[in-house]
Design a protein around this ligand. Structure first.
Ligand SMILES: C[S@@+](CC[C@H](N)C(=O)[O-])C[C@H]1O[C@@H](n2cnc3c(N)ncnc32)[C@H](O)[C@@H]1O
Length: 225
């Protein structure tokens, strides 16, 4: 498999290609789970952490960075997609840098030092260890907040086991490029975080207000000493 065909490269490429419809979807509040629960949940969890310097890894078009900046935090967002980065920069409100996880892993001090690092639905690949370790280096006494698809709610009818899945964005308005994503069980998420030297403080599971079903999983961890 050539590098361009690797799932991780296809994820990066798909987000750059999907920058237009994704920005529309986020800014029009087209994703119901975000509208009814997960946006508010991630904002609350970050604001509950001590400190004001935030790094938003895989920040997309920048809504979370802007929201946290409005609440008085100093936010840097980075993302591999130049097209999303342009949209984030145009909207302003925080500092945005075009940088891939691979590049960040090589120089974890390149964006500064932080109190809180946040990944909102941005850990989509199989290899998260090096990024989580680099985020640990960038926030040596800080907190890590990850929001991701809830493993139970997103397993569907497939076996509850780690593995690659395909997202087609069916039902979303506009033209989308499909992308692979890596499904993880709850145990696998815990392993990823703990192996990178983060100590988990709590898990939170935002629910759909009407159905009571879990919409996401939030992991809050602090730098292990
Ligand atoms: C589902 S979007 C979430 C965006 C944003 N965090 C939000 O909540 O709206 C996933 C984001 O992760 C970014 N991403 C995925 N793989 C990446 C990588 N290897 N390096 C940097 N960013 C990456 C994508 O470009 C995309 O913006």
């Amino acid at each position: 498999v050539s590098r361009a065909e690797e799932p991780e490269s296809r994820i990066v490429e798909a987000w750059d290609r999907n920058a237009g419809p994704w920005t529309e979807a986020v800014r029009n509040q087209a994703v119901e789970s975000r509208r009814v629960a997960t946006d508010q949940a991630i904002v609350e969890e970050v604001l509950a952490c001590p400190g004001r310097r935030v790094l938003d890894a895989g920040c997309g078009e920048g809504w979370l960075a802007r929201r946290l900046a409005q609440a008085g935090l100093y936010v840097t967002g980075f993302d591999s997609s130049r097209a999303l980065g342009e949209r984030a920069t145009t909207s302003g409100g925080a500092r945005f840098v075009t940088l891939s996880y691979d590049e960040f892993e090589l120089r974890a001090d390149t964006l500064g030092t932080f109190d809180i690092v946040v990944c909102n639905f941005s850990l989509l690949g199989e290899r998260t260890g090096p990024l989580l370790a680099a985020l640990r280096a960038a926030a040596p006494a800080g907190r890590l907040v990850i929001q991701t698809l809830h493993p139970l709610a997103s397993a569907g009818s497939l076996p509850y086991a780690d593995g690659w899945r395909e997202e087609s964005f069916a039902g979303m308005p506009g033209q989308w490029q499909a992308m692979p994503w890596y499904f993880r069980t709850l145990g696998s998420w815990v392993d990823q975080v703990v192996s990178a030297d983060w100590a988990i403080e709590r898990l939170r599971e935002p629910l759909h207000p009407d159905t009571g079903q879990p919409l996401s999983l939030i992991i809050v961890a602090r730098a292990a000493t």
